[in-house]
Design a protein around this ligand. Structure first.
Ligand SMILES: Cc1cc2nc3c(=O)[nH]c(=O)nc-3n(C[C@H](O)[C@H](O)[C@H](O)COP(=O)(O)OP(=O)(O)OC[C@H]3O[C@@H](n4cnc5c(N)ncnc54)[C@H](O)[C@@H]3O)c2cc1C
Length: 415
């Protein structure tokens, strides 16, 4: 039987980063992924701020494109915030995961692709993990000192049954990668476009992001919950086609890939963070932000935190992962709860008019301020925009109603 110090289930950004860090610390590591290769599960649009690249030491080869312009289109308005410097990147999600797995291997770790986690159990001092090869169904058992749940929204290691899971908010997204003519592509060069409102994507948002020359990611995602006003929506494919036909308007285009997945967030962060010598990272403990659906760098950050605790555990300095849970909750809970509330409000409650209005007023924020709101979750900056908005509206008769509405919104969000 193969013996490891750490077995990581799931080779997404969180699992890959976890395995990479533990291998670099000199431990015997196995990274397990159910898919045979990373192109099979290339579901994420993978937009990230520029800081992610340095923070996690990621190479140029995984970057699809850079962006320095952030555009929002609602039913009736369009706003953009730009900068002379690059603000972020659109990653090639499959290449990111491939890079992390390669780094694990080059530092002496093992990566088993096409193996699915089945169960684990204690046998004296050892934890035995059963894995099933997807092609052929062969069962393998390995032993480990620490087991990591990095299975994303599935949370497969921490929960035996679906019914054991806490209540989860969920959203589903689908994305096409299309190849278009130069003129169509150039409309999105160095820009990321988000579409909100009832016309483009009720109950969520849709997007167009550029990748390498000629390729665009065009996607749509929405909450899997009832909307206060909207009773009927079309399929996600319908809204993607709408973007292609009415916004990209290519002379001709070719679909290169269609992918999609789900994110699941536990309100109040009541996920199981650890159980005996098993510990969970990434989306398995709701590190995805439920307002924007951004989760790559947060999952990688959780892996970094967990790695420091696993190191101490393996050196017998601690006997459980309680401090990891406390640290994670302290870091994520305040910002994540406000974001989830804002998400529910924006995507499931607000009228189309309100969505237009909120971006009219966000349009008064500077690029730095909007980036701080959206990527650093500094929702306090909204107040500054609110004051600018009031100053610009001071002559308008429904001023007092709007003040009341916006105050109510800030109160709801706790900012
Ligand atoms: C449509 C969509 C668009 C998104 N866009 C962005 C974006 O633009 N920017 C951003 O930062 N985030 C985005 N996200 C969110 C982001 O992709 C996730 O938060 C991130 O991938 C979470 O990383 P993870 O490693 O925790 O989980 P995952 O990436 O979900 O990885 C989990 C891995 O575990 C494997 N696995 C699951 N069960 C088993 C099992 N039993 N055995 C073996 N392997 C298993 C899965 O195959 C998968 O590879 C998006 C998400 C979706 C759905």
């Amino acid at each position: 039987m193969n013996n490891f110090d750490v077995v990581v289930i799931g080779a997404g950004p969180a699992g890959g980063q976890m395995a990479r860090l533990m291998t670099k610390s000199g431990y015997k590591v196995l990274l397990v992924e159910q898919h045979e290769d990373f192109s099979k599960n290339d579901f994420s649009s993978a937009v990230t701020p520029l800081s992610t690249l340095d923070r996690f030491d990621l190479p140029e080869e995984i970057i699809g494109s850079y962006w320095n312009n952030f555009v929002v289109v609602t039913t009736n308005i369009r706003r953009n915030w730009d900068s002379p410097e690059n603000l972020g990147a659109v990653l090639d999600f499959a290449k990111l995961k491939e890079f992390l797995a390669k780094d694990v291997k080059s530092c002496g770790g093992e990566v088993w692709m096409g193996y699915r986690y089945v169960r684990h159990f204690q046998d004296n001092e050892k934890t035995l993990v059963t894995l099933k090869q997807r092609s052929g169904g062969k069962l393998e058992t390995v032993s480990t000192k620490v087991l990591v749940d990095a299975t994303g929204f599935a949370r497969s290691v921490m929960y035996n049954k679906q019914s054991d899971k806490p209540k989860l908010l969920s959203a589903t997204g689908i994305e096409y990668v299309i190849e278009v003519d130069e003129a169509a592509y150039n409309q999105y060069l160095n820009s990321i476009f988000f579409f909100l409102g009832y016309k483009w994507m009720p109950k969520g948002y849709s997007w167009i992001f550029p990748m390498e020359k000629g390729r665009l990611k065009v996607g749509a995602g929405r909450f899997n919950l009832e909307h206060k006003n909207i009773k009927h929506t079309e399929s996600l494919q319908y809204y993607i086609q709408l973007l292609i036909d009415k916004h990209v308007m290519p002379k001709e285009y070719k679909i290169i890939d269609i992918h999609g997945s789900t994110i699941k967030y536990c309100q109040g962060l009541k996920d199981i963070y650890y159980k005996d010598n098993a510990i969970a990272v990434g989306d398995a403990v709701s590190t995805v932000n439920f307002l924007g659906g951004e989760g790559i760098r947060h999952g990688m950050y959780s892996a970094e935190l967990a790695a420091t605790h696993i190191n101490r555990y393996l050196e017998n300095q601690i006997s459980d992962f309680r401090d990891y849970q406390n640290q994670m909750r302290r870091y994520f809970l305040p910002k994540w709860e406000i974001s989830a509330k804002a998400g529910v409000n924006k995507y499931l409650i607000e009228s189309d008019k309100k969505i237009d209005e909120s971006f009219t007023y966000l349009g008064l924020l500077t690029t730095e301020e909007i980036i701080a709101v959206l990527f650093e979750y500094k929702l306090g900056k909204l107040k500054k925009g609110f004051v600018k908005y009031l100053m610009s509206k001071i002559q308008i008769p429904n001023f007092f109603k709007e003040v009341g509405d916006l105050r109510l919104l800030f109160k709801k969000l706790g900012v």
